[in-house]
Design a protein around this ligand. Structure first.
Ligand code: SF4
Ligand code: MG
Length: 298
């Protein structure tokens, strides 16, 4: 049995500074883009955890935010538009000992890749998804996205929109994500704390980071995001799903964006359940994807 095919019980750790996780590739986002804050938060979280870059895979789809893996010292896969989730799932199932981080935007995640989101959550796949949510398509120059505010004028909605925006937090709570957090990308301390906790969480962690696009979204500026963000109240029970939904809805009703850890629970992960299945069906002691494939053969 190859040791690297066993379910992940802990992250492989080393001692590195956050700058050691920064790839030599220069970040090429526009000046003032919120994604710089996300990158800083991620690098800080990796350092605080001490993730071994040799056991780290960053996966993205397409979009400005999906360039992020280029700037991180890790194995990386820059995949198709909206398909980061399925590719990352394959990486995780083949090598459950690796730490897998997905980064991408609101269009990539909830429009083109929207069909994949509920399945990562309900299967509780042991990965971390960082959504860099700027309420617009940035790379393709300013079209309306699933999280755009209705009144926002974009190149595809020149008179404002006719649809209500999708709420990524309510969506992921509904479909069973076991770790859900939100922060303004400029609040690097909170963003990095949520990423760190999310990566250490055993299960599907979803972190929504509000990240301004000064080039194509004049409404959701850094100041607007910062002013609207409000920490969930003291005493918020992060283990109570109904309380999490109520906290989000209560904040939304008064035009606020709830931030911090919103929900966290424990549930068997996909690799744990598959390991149990292999033991039960095949009598094998350890999780091994190749043995599962062999069992499925006629
Ligand atoms: Fe950032 Fe927007 Fe520029 Fe893309 S277009 S790099 S999202 S500011
Ligand atoms: Mg976007």
């Amino acid at each position: 049995m190859n040791a690297h095919l066993q379910p992940q019980t802990h992250l492989h750790r080393v001692e590195l500074k956050s700058k050691d996780y920064k790839n030599e590739t220069t970040s090429f986002w526009c000046a003032g883009c919120g994604h710089y804050g996300v990158l800083t938060g991620l690098l800080r979280a990796l350092s605080e955890i001490g993730v071994d870059p040799n056991y780290l895979v960053s996966v993205s789809g397409i979009g400005c935010s999906s360039r992020l893996p280029y700037f991180v010292n890790s194995y990386k896969m820059h995949t198709l538009h909206g398909r980061a989730g399925p590719v990352a799932t394959g990486v995780h199932l083949a090598r459950p000992d690796l730490a897998v981080v997905i980064t991408g935007g609101d269009g990539d995640g909830f429009s083109i890749g929207g069909g994949h989101m509920p399945h990562m959550a309900r299967k509780n796949i042991n990965m971390t998804y960082i959504l860099m949510d700027n309420h617009v398509y940035g790379l393709t120059k300013g079209q309306c996205s699933p999280t755009s505010r209705t009144e926002m004028k974009t190149s595809t909605t020149p008179y404002g929109g006719v649809e209500i925006p999708l709420d990524p937090i309510l969506y992921m709570l509904t479909y069973g994500a076991t770790y859900v957090g939100q922060a303004f990308a400029g609040n690097v301390k909170l963003a990095s704390q949520l990423i760190k906790d999310g990566m250490e969480h055993k299960g599907f962690a979803f972190i929504n980071l509000l990240s301004q696009c000064p080039s194509f979204n004049e409404i959701d500026t850094a100041h607007a995001f910062k002013d609207a963000c409000e920490q969930v109240p003291d005493g918020h029970d992060t283990s109570d799903l109904n309380a999490a939904m109520c906290a989000v809805n209560a904040a939304k009703q008064v035009g606020r964006i709830p931030t911090g850890l919103i929900y966290k629970t424990e549930r068997p992960t996909l690799d744990q359940r598959m390991a149990e299945l292999v033991k039960h069906v095949g009598g094998h002691k350890d999780y091994d994807l190749r043995k599962i494939i062999d069992l499925a053969r006629p």
